[in-house]
Design a protein. Structure first.
Lengths: 624, 338
């Protein structure tokens, strides 16, 4: 392919950073030494080569970003040349993801979470204080960030430091002091050994299955993993073969834990039966739903279980390659997963001839770069392929046309972590846990106004009230005002719904959804209007902009919510609420993907339950 | 070249003119649209079926010479058994589909999509979209007065994931000054509704030049060259195929843009004459749009089977010699013809 690259050449440092991921250039055309054989070859095979390399685009951008803090034009041009990607397209990709910047940025950035759980714990004040200290600094930039997945230790901040040795880490219960400490020392207290006890209040309790190994101190040790039943599921899978694995998973009644609750066994069966020699397994670890942090805890605490689940899925459907797409805001999870993959490869649990059998499976990590919409499965495929993370129209579904156009199994981290357990205990026995259609144990992300926020694991069937009690109830005497189920894409329920069982069918019966297992509790002192304003802003930021109903719908929804918030409706409040309902309906009916379908749910449910008066500031009781 | 096997060797010439490949025979699929049974070949879309029975389905981002991107969502229809409405332009027919094209939900979605566009995009040169808006009785004033336009290039610097919280007093739009950076065409992105057609025409659907792409995210999404460079510093080859597919006049010929600005553009006074381009041997059809005996723009019919409406810079813009009136030059056309 003939592309035109104009503008600056890369500096030597930029060249080194790109070459570190792409390897040395093969020819003068790509910026290396002149090699007459290859020059001729490239001109003939250009198009095919370009398409084969396209998926390296995001890793190359990440490498440059981690080196310089932004993407300088020289490095950008060099990447385009190396990968034969037209610069306009590459620019479109880079500007889609909010962690990438095409304009100069300081090498160190502190991202302060501005989403719901952190908001009610004062993240806005933290942001302002940090801006006061570091505003205008050429070395340190302070930015807002959507949910960082640390809601149990709100408010949260994430430090990403570019350089020859890039570092990064999250800070829970962030204060000006501990952010400053991390900036000064490049040490992240959260990554110490006992960090997980803050996230898993049930740590060490015998009934835990998914969280059983979390916090044992050696998440990437194969020996410690095997001592607690690790790889038993994979060993069994290697012995019984694809058909029986799928039978076990179907018998278990496992439903996807990412939010859509699709039967996992059916998905695997469809991919196994799909035609074609190449298939993929993709683990969706782009956990960005505000209020969700269970996948992070699993990847940081028990990465080998996620990896084992992926390997079993690979054997079941006949895939030899798996990708795990981890959001860019989770540097520790990326680190832990990479260590686990390396250890598993060394131990013969990944690679060719797994444990001496004919089965082959390997896993590659891909990092997201800041885009909530990439949690949508087809947007995630596009992102891995080096495109803008825009969802595809369905059908065709991923089981037929997924990653690189091949049949693909895509499952959430928690779903895959259930798989080794199902294989070990047997699908039928697994189906004995839980209720009607909701089988097994579920991770709930409890945050907000509770005494001990964190990830809780219980069998399906627990009620909302029991779960909140498990989390210590509200910390003050203030009664509960509202609970957000399922995150920003979920819906609010009032305190009259505390006895709803947290199952797929139970939440559906009251018009809510379990989603990814978010339970965010708000007491009477909460200014719900402020939270609704933030939810509206969140979707305005995160809509990919591809389809009109969502692109303009989230914008108009935000404007309208702010009019209600400021008490300046156009016409009567009733007219505004009815217009908001119309906007909600077109987004639900006509958007391409789930982001648009759910972007109005939380706001609509809040207005339905609490009325429009909840929007205005003076109606929130001040926290004394 | 040390090894000649790298180089392309053409296959041997056939001894006779090859036969045209047989047309595939697609079995018919029967579906029901608004209660009417329609039989249509497999592989057709719902939109094809709607056209077959004469239903006027609004479309904006759809064009039969381009791959459907189904982003405008104005062609949605209600499919029985589907939770959400489906885009008729890209959804293939399946046996037994039951479709409603004029249900309450469909009318509501079409109305809202058109209303959203009217409230955020300058549709003054898109009469067909405005006609559909009238049909669905839109009222864009419900969102408030339009916010003041952005400064030149301001929208191109918006960073994904960050925006200012609005007061809601005015409705955000994409209004901004037009980009005039070359003498052939103008990009007036205040009129852009992000249908992706120009990107497709510049890319693999026609030209394979890849000079423009969608950049940014959400409402800040825009069509852009790399770094928002002027077209003259991009890969653009000025074929004008993006202008040909633009449904709103966001992309227009400089000649048309200038005449509209001067108020002298008058479509009713124009004639259209088809001719064959004489620059090379391909034989593209040119449609010359003539006003007051002057060519004001050149297009090519989309149903023309040789190039499906695509032209190159010569066919599209190489007409000025026909009317090169230069009063200081005694040899100019005007003088010679006298």
């Amino acid at each position: 392919m003939d592309i035109r690259v104009t503008g600056p050449e890369p500096t030597s440092a930029e060249r080194v950073a790109v070459d570190a991921v792409l390897g040395p250039p093969e020819s003068a055309w790509a910026g290396g030494k002149r090699n007459m054989d290859l020059e001729g070859r490239i001109s003939l095979l250009g198009g095919g080569r370009a398409r084969a390399f396209r998926d390296r685009l995001l890793p190359a951008f990440h490498a440059v970003k981690e080196r310089f803090g932004w993407i300088p034009p020289g490095a950008f041009n060099y990447i385009c040349k190396r990968l034969t990607v037209p610069p306009a397209e590459a620019y479109g990709v880079a500007t889609f993801y909010h962690l990438f910047s095409m304009e100069h940025r300081p090498p160190t950035e502190v991202h302060v979470c501005e989403d719901i759980a952190c908001r009610i714990k004062g993240s806005e004040g933290l942001h302002q204080n940090l801006v006061t200290i570091h505003g205008g600094s050429a070395e340190i930039g302070i930015r807002h960030s959507p949910c960082l997945g640390l809601c149990e230790r709100a408010p949260a901040a994430l430090i990403l430091r570019a350089g020859e040795q890039p570092t990064g880490g999250a800070i829970g219960c962030a204060t000006v002091e501990n952010v400053q400490f991390a900036l000064d020392s490049s040490a992240f207290p959260d990554q110490q050994k006992d960090w997980l006890s803050h996230s898993v209040p049930q740590l060490g309790q015998p009934q835990l299955r998914l969280l059983a190994r979390v916090g044992n101190g050696s998440p990437d040790s194969i020996a410690a993993y095997q001592a607690t039943g690790g790889f038993e599921g994979l060993t069994k899978a290697l012995a019984i073969g694809p058909l029986l694995i799928i039978n076990e998973v179907i018998a278990s009644g496992l439903m996807g834990r990412g939010g859509a609750a699709f039967p996992t066994g059916k998905k695997w069966e469809a991919v196994a039966q799909a035609k074609g020699p190449t298939k993929y397994v993709v683990c969706n670890a782009d956990e960005s739903e505000p209020g969700t942090f269970k996948d992070r805890v699993l990847m940081e605490g028990d990465p080998l279980a996620v990896l084992e689940g992926m390997a079993i899925a690979g054997i079941a459907v006949g895939a030899t390659k798996g990708y795990i797409y981890i959001r860019g805001e989770y540097p520790l999870a990326v680190n832990r997963m990479q260590n686990a993959i390396d250890a598993a490869r060394a131990g013969g649990w990944l690679g060719n001839n797994i444990q001496g059998t004919d089965y082959a499976f390997d896993i590659e990590i891909r990092k997201g770069a800041g885009a909530y919409v990439c949690g949508e499965e087809t947007a995630l495929f596009n992102s891995i392929e080096g495109m803008r993370g825009e969802p595809r129209n369905k059908p065709p579904y991923p089981v037929h046309f997924g990653l690189f156009g091949k049949p693909t199994v895509i499952n959430n981290v928690e779903t895959l972590a259930n798989i080794p357990w199902i294989l070990r205990m047997g699908g039928v026995e697994y189906a004995g846990i839980g209720t009607g259609n909701s089988k097994g144990q579920k991770l709930f992300c409890v945050s907000g106004h509770v005494t001990t926020p964190g990830v809780f694991e219980t069998p399906f069937g627990i009620t909302l009230r029991q779960l909140i009690t498990l989390a210590g109830g509200t910390p003050t005497s203030a009664p509960i005002k509202a609970i957000l189920l399922g995150g920003a894409a979920g819906s609010f329920v009032g305190p009259d719904q505390l006895d709803v069982p947290l199952t797929f069918e139970g939440t559906r019966a009251i018009g809510a959804s379990l989603g990814s297992g978010v339970v965010m509790v708000f007491d009477e002192t909460t200014d719900l209007g402020d939270i609704l304003v933030r939810i509206a802003a969140f979707f305005r930021d995160e809509s990919c902009g591809q389809c009109v109903p969502c692109r303009v719908g989230v914008t108009r929804q935000e404007e309208l919510v702010n009019r209600l918030r400021l008490g300046q409706p156009k016409g009567s409040v009733e007219q505004e609420v009815s217009l908001l309902g119309e906007i909600a309906q077109v987004m639900r009916d006509a958007s391409i993907c789930g982001l648009g379908h759910t972007a109005s749910g939380a706001i609509q449910s809040a207005l339905r339950i609490f009325g429009t008066s909840t929007m205005q500031r003076e109606n929130a009781k001040a926290r004394s | 070249m040390s090894d000649s096997s790298y180089w392309f060797k053409p296959p041997p010439r056939p001894s006779q003119i090859p036969m045209r490949p047989a047309e595939p025979i697609n079995p018919l699929v029967e579906i029901s649209i608004d209660g009417e049974k329609v039989a249509i070949p497999t592989g057709s879309t719902i939109l094809d079926a709607c056209k077959k029975i004469g239903l006027d389905t609004p479309t904006i981002c759809y064009q039969d010479t381009l791959t459907p991107v189904n982003v405008c969502r104005v062609c949605v229809v209600e499919l029985e058994g589907s939770r959400i409405l489906v885009p008729s332009c890209s959804r293939k027919v399946e046996p037994g589909m039951v479709i409603q094209t004029d249900s309450e939900r469909v009318r509501h979605s079409r109305k809202m999509v058109l209303e959203f566009l009217e409230s955020s995009v300058d549709l003054s040169t898109s009469p067909q979209i405005l006609m559909q808006a009238k049909r669905y009785q839109t009222d864009p004033s419900r969102y408030g007065d339009p916010a003041p336009p952005a400064a030149q290039n301001e929208r191109d610097h918006h960073h994904a994931g960050h925006h200012e919280i609005p007061t809601g007093a005015q409705a955000l739009t994409v209004a901004q000054p037009p980009k005039v950076d070359n003498s052939l065409y103008v990009r007036d992105y205040a009129k852009c509704l992000l249908c992706y057609k120009c990107v497709e025409a510049c890319g693999t659907d026609a030209q394979n030049t890849f000079a423009i792409a969608v950049a940014g995210r959400g409402f800040d999404g825009r069509i852009s060259t790399e770094f928002n460079n002027p077209l003259t510093d991009s890969a653009c080859v000025y074929c004008g195929n993006c202008i040909a597919v633009c449904p709103t006049g966001a992309l227009s010929f400089k000649s048309e843009f200038d005449m509209r600005k001067a108020g002298s553009w008058d479509e009713s006074a124009q004639t259209q004459t088809d001719t064959i381009c004489s620059y090379c041997g391909v034989g593209c059809t040119l449609t010359l749009h003539v006003q007051e005996n002057k060519i004001v723009k050149v297009t090519s019919p989309f149903d023309q089977e040789i190039t499906e409406g695509n032209l190159c810079i010569k066919g599209r813009f190489g007409y000025t010699h026909v009317q090169n009136i230069d009063e200081t030059n005694p040899l100019s056309t005007e003088e010679v013809s006298h």
